[in-house]
Structure formats: structure tokens, C-alpha cells
Ligand binder design. Structure first.
Ligand SMILES: NC(=O)c1ccc[n+]([C@@H]2O[C@H](COP(=O)([O-])OP(=O)(O)OC[C@H]3O[C@@H](n4cnc5c(N)ncnc54)[C@H](OP(=O)(O)O)[C@@H]3O)[C@@H](O)[C@H]2O)c1
Length: 279
């Protein structure tokens, strides 16, 4: 059997957990393969993608800044990745490169596992970048009654909502400015997602304590540090708070399944992630 490989394309990649996770899963399942980080500048993206057509390559993950740009270099892209405007997984299907996005499905799978059910409930998403787009998709797909997207640059929130409205005609999708989260809401939210990049920068968007009740769940999409200021404030206001590790592991697991046809042992992923994420 040929030794196989997969890789991560992006830049910078020093903090990525993906090599640790996937190499641990290959070893645990006895798959003769390795996964490597390939730091890739925008000018080198075309040649880095072309290399994935090799017969011993499973495919790749894609991260910033290439998630959108990579679409032009692929043979096929899933409808969901097109709607999300981002590819995070490439599968080599006999030399054809097929792009997909596992972020939204990863978040959904983790939310089900963590018994966070937004069905029929109003939810709030802070941020309007790629992760926020995946979060809005996941929450709408899980049946949230309304999703409000608040962002520093309000045009980005408007663009996100406008582009996903057609997909979820039964969900009330609204946008506004990030500052609105500091105002007392009419009622607490069932779920509040922090999808701004403030979490991993040691900061947090300001959220009025009235946004939370004891039934609320605050989800920070950043996973390092394990407890962010956003999570601490939500707990202080009586809510349950979770970080983005679950989403990270499940989006990685879905990519691994696409490449190998096998589910990675989640306990192996969790142990590998714990070694790398610093409290
Ligand atoms: N757990 C996972 O699997 C997973 C996966 C992907 C991402 N993430 C996490 O999700 C977060 C967002 O990632 P992303 O890929 O969506 O990034 P992105 O596309 O660059 O979006 C960044 C978002 O943060 C906002 N923002 C940045 N600086 C801000 C500031 N100083 N004040 C207020 N808002 C600010 C941006 O607002 P503007 O539109 O105004 O610029 C934008 O909404 C990061 O913490 C990332 O680590 C987690």
C-alpha cells in the first residue's frame, strides 16, 4: 500500500492544531499516512493546489487567507461551500479536486452532542466573518426561529444576512451594529455566539447581562485560551459558556472522514487537542 498524505494550506500556520489531530488519528487507526502544514503565500496557491492532484494525496484543509480564493483552482465545489463563500476541505477524487466546507456541519454536530438546541428560539451572532457565516448556517439549519447578526462593520453583517436569507426562508434573519449588544434586549437569547476574532486576542465584545438567562448558552468560537473574557462575562450573568474546541474537532473529523472514509476516534482528537491548548 502506498503511503498517503494530506496537508493544510494557509499562512501563517504555526498555531494550527490540524497536524496534531490528523496525525494522531492516522496513527490510532493504523492508516499509513501523514499530515503536514504547508505555509502558502497567495502567489503560490495555484502550484500548492496543483500538487494535491498526486495519486498518493488524500486532499487538504484550507485556512486563512485562502478559503475563498482557492475556489477558482478546484474542479468542483459543493453548493454549501459556494453559499458560505469558503472552502476548508479539498478531496482528491482520482485527480479531480473537490472543495467543501465542514465548519457549519462541524458546529452543528458538536451542538447536538453538547445538547444545545436552538430550535424555535431566538439567537444572536456577534461577528460577520467566515466563522460567523458558518455559525448562522448551523443555527438556522438547527431550526432557530430568528438569528440576529451584529458586527463592527455593519455592511458585512448585511451582506452575510442577505446572502443566506434565500437558503433559510423560514428563519427571521436580521443584522445590526455590534454596539447594539450592549443595550438591554427585550428578552434573553437562547444562544449567543462570539464569532468575532476578539476572543483569541484576549479581548471580548461587550454584551449586556440581560442577553442571558440560566437557559442561555454562550459559545465562543475561539478555543485558545480555553476560557475567554466573553465566556467569563456570560457565566457571571448566569449562562452556560462553551469554547470553540468542539466545533474545531468536529469540522476536522468531517474532513478526515471525507479523505479516508473512516471516522477518527474523537477521544484521540480530544487528547491531542488538550496537549496543545494552553490554559
Ligand atoms: N472553533 C473553530 O473551529 C473555528 C473555526 C473558524 C474560526 N474560529 C474562530 O472564530 C473567530 C473568527 O474567525 P473568522 O475566520 O470568522 O475571522 P474573520 O473572517 O477575519 O472575521 C473576523 C470578525 O471579527 C470582527 N472583528 C475583528 N476585530 C474586531 C474588533 N477589534 N472589534 C470588533 N470586531 C472585530 C470582524 O469585524 P469586521 O467585519 O468589522 O472586520 C469580523 O466580523 C476567531 O476567533 C477564530 O479563531 C473558530
Amino acid at each position: 500500500m502506498t503511503h498517503k498524505w494530506a496537508c493544510l494550506l494557509g499562512q501563517p500556520l504555526v498555531h494550527s492544531l490540524s497536524p496534531t489531530l490528523h496525525n494522531a488519528a492516522f496513527a490510532a487507526l493504523g492508516i499509513d499516512a501523514h499530515y503536514e502544514a504547508r505555509p502558502t503565500a497567495p502567489a503560490d496557491l495555484a502550484s500548492a493546489v496543483a500538487a494535491l492532484r498526486a495519486s498518493d494525496c488524500f486532499g487538504a484543509n484550507v485556512t486563512a487567507p485562502h478559503k475563498r480564493a482557492v475556489i477558482d483552482h478546484l474542479d468542483d465545489v459543493s453548493g454549501k461551500a459556494v453559499a458560505l463563500g469558503a472552502v476548508n476541505t479539498i478531496v482528491n477524487e482520482g485527480g479531480r479536486l473537490v472543495g467543501s466546507n465542514t465548519d457549519a456541519a462541524g458546529l452543528e454536530r458538536w451542538m447536538r452532542e453538547a445538547q444545545i438546541d436552538p430550535a424555535g428560539q431566538p439567537v444572536l451572532v456577534l461577528g460577520a466573518g467566515g466563522a460567523a457565516r458558518a455559525a448562522v448556517w448551523a443555527l438556522a439549519d438547527l431550526g432557530a426561529s430568528s438569528v440576529v447578526v451584529l458586527n463592527r462593520t455593519v455592511e458585512h453583517a448585511e451582506d452575510l444576512v442577505t446572502s443566506l436569507r434565500q437558503r433559510f426562508p423560514d428563519v427571521y434573519l436580521l443584522w445590526g451594529k455590534l454596539d447594539e449588544a450592549t443595550e438591554p434586549p427585550r428578552a434573553p437569547w437562547r444562544v449567543v455566539v462570539n464569532a468575532t476574532s476578539l476572543g483569541h486576542e484576549g479581548s471580548a465584545p461587550a454584551v449586556h447581562p440581560g442577553c442571558y438567562s440560566r437557559d442561555s448558552v454562550a459559545i465562543e468560537l475561539a478555543y485558545n485560551p480555553p476560557e475567554t473574557l466573553f465566556m467569563a462575562a456570560a457565566k457571571q450573568a448566569g449562562a452556560r459558556a462553551e469554547n470553540g474546541t468542539g466545533m474545531l474537532l468536529h469540522q476536522a473529523a468531517l474532513a478526515f472522514e471525507c479523505w479516508t472514509g473512516q471516522a477518527p476516534p474523537m477521544a484521540v482528537y480530544e487528547a491531542a487537542a488538550k496537549q496543545r491548548v494552553t490554559p
